[in-house]
Design a protein around this ligand. Structure first.
Ligand SMILES: [Fe+2]
Ligand SMILES: [Fe+2]
Length: 286
């Protein structure tokens, strides 16, 4: 893996960092967590990762990626195959605390199922990160994972490591660097181009098959500046505001369902195959 373009040892390092930013129980943060050498090395990688992300995720960059990936001509596969394909993503960090992708998906969806939510919500938990297959199509980490944010208007200071936006060409482009940029006040997120990554990609694959709530969860689950910080209320319309309640509901499962007990994927497979068959076609174009 090219360290310069892919500074994270493991793409999950970004998500582990989210847990530090948004701990489930803030009083539980341990001191060792911050002294630990491995964690500080990991934090360096995360910083480097955001630097690349904020530098290169410009309006034109997003247009470029959309032109490439929204043709869906990279691979045709069933959802289950996509999940298994995603699981071949091999990271070079120590395997101690890392769960593989399938386990993260199943832990998220099983936690949703345990709470008695509707089946489409469970399915959303199960597939929400499948867009990360972009990594297997050769995309660098910073164009697949990480917090997402609107492009085409000024970058909010609430975005993590917003200092690195000084490196983004849009930051000095008068077309894009004002509060509203190319958009109108409260025009609604559907009008807004978001930074490119696994969220938008999977949304575009799923948009004809799942209820609106599920599509919001998929499309905006990494938009922390909004669902945690409410930094872009001025772009949101009424539907967005209502639907973000679901994004927040989903986020709790995404962040806080990691448990040391690994779900038994073999035993769960029949349930998920039926669930997938209820909502999705046999194969999908990626
Ligand atoms: Fe994700
Ligand atoms: Fe996730």
């Amino acid at each position: 893996m090219d360290k310069k373009l892919n500074p994270l040892n493991n793409i999950e390092d970004w998500e582990d960092d989210l847990l530090k930013r948004y701990p489930e129980n803030p009083s539980k943060k341990t001191e060792e967590e911050f002294r630990d050498y491995k964690n500080s090395k990991r934090a360096e990688g995360v910083k480097e990762f955001y630097k690349l992300n904020h530098q290169y995720q410009s309006y034109d960059f997003v247009c470029d990626k959309e032109a490439t990936f929204l043709q869906f001509n990279h691979r045709r596969m069933s959802l289950w195959d996509a999940v298994e394909f995603l699981n071949t993503l091999v990271d070079d960090s120590d395997p101690d605390i890392e769960l593989d992708q399938l386990q993260h998906l199943l832990q998220t969806s099983e936690a949703i199922r345990d709470d008695g939510h509707p089946d489409w919500f469970v399915l959303t938990g199960f597939l929400h990160d499948v867009g990360k297959v972009l990594c297997l199509f050769g995309e660098p980490q910073w164009a697949v994972v990480g917090d997402t944010f609107p492009v085409g208007c000024s970058f909010s200071n609430s975005i993590v490591h917003s200092e690195y936006f000084s490196l983004n060409p849009d930051n000095s482009n008068p077309k894009y660097n004002t509060k509203f940029g190319i958009y109108k006040e409260n025009c609604g997120l559907n009008q807004i181009k978001m930074s490119w990554g696994h969220d938008e990609y999977l949304y575009q694959i799923m948009k004809n098959y799942l209820p609106q709530e599920a599509l919001y969860m998929i499309r905006y689950h990494s938009f922390y500046a909004q669902h945690k910080e409410q930094a872009y209320n001025y772009l949101m319309d009424k539907t967005d505001l209502k639907m973000f309640e679901w994004v927040r509901k989903f986020n709790n499962y995404d962040l806080y369902s990691k448990a040391p007990v690994q779900p038994n994927s073999r035993a769960l497979k029949p349930y998920y195959e039926d669930l997938v068959a209820k909502y999705l076609p046999d194969t999908l174009n990626f």
